[in-house]
Ligand binder design. Sequence first.
Ligand code: GLP
Length: 248
Amino acid sequence: MDVRIKKTAEEMSLEAALIFAETIRKKPNCVLGLATGSTPLKMYSELIRMHKNEGLDFSRVITFNLDEYLGLPSEHNQSYRYFMNDVLFNHINIKKENTFVLNGTAKDPQLYCDAYEMLIKALGGIEIQLLGIGGNGHIAFNEPGSPRNSRTRIVDLTKETIAANSDGRFFKDPKDVPTQALSMGVGAIMDAKQIVLIADKTSKADAIYKTVEGPVTEDVPASFLQEHQNSIIIVDEAAASKLEKQYA
Ligand code: GLP
């Protein structure tokens, strides 16, 4: 694990954006794994800026998102498809047909999830996967208890995750949040050639401590990243505040 502590969320976002931009420049037809949530917003703004001001070219880039609420149609303003269009895809020159977000209204969700993974494999796998982290250490929607070998599937959301996503930023009322989602599994995420996890704010400090310095355990799904050969954890000082060891 390469742990990088940055002073601010802005610096964290810039560092992550630079890593993704370098991957795109080196391999213009690369396959990126993308994430939702508040944490990647500044990073996505920076990628948009790089596209507009520096010509960062997304015309051959392919993307796969981690997860989607079960039952929400893509047009719903809280669907992750809507979110990704709104905060990134509508502002860069990516072809919409090259952007894949799990379909929350698929008729046969498990068959659909299997096909999603097959498509990733057929395209050569994910070059670089972006992750945020939940306060309970979840990655994508892999809640505590998700096995290391879990694949893309239907998952139940914990009360904590439902509350975190209805605190006014996204859904207004916990009752509006779907209780299930489709999520790439831990095993599917670990298949990425490189993984970049970003986290800011003190609310993530405990999860980051457990992820980086705690035991590798299903109880903290992000801790499996300790076993990935090319994982980078970029955090601001607030999210790093419980780490005990020294990092660059
Ligand atoms: C949701 C998403 C995760 C995300 C997490 C943290 O549960 N499924 O992919 O990492 O929230 O979100 P935020 O960045 O808003 O704190």
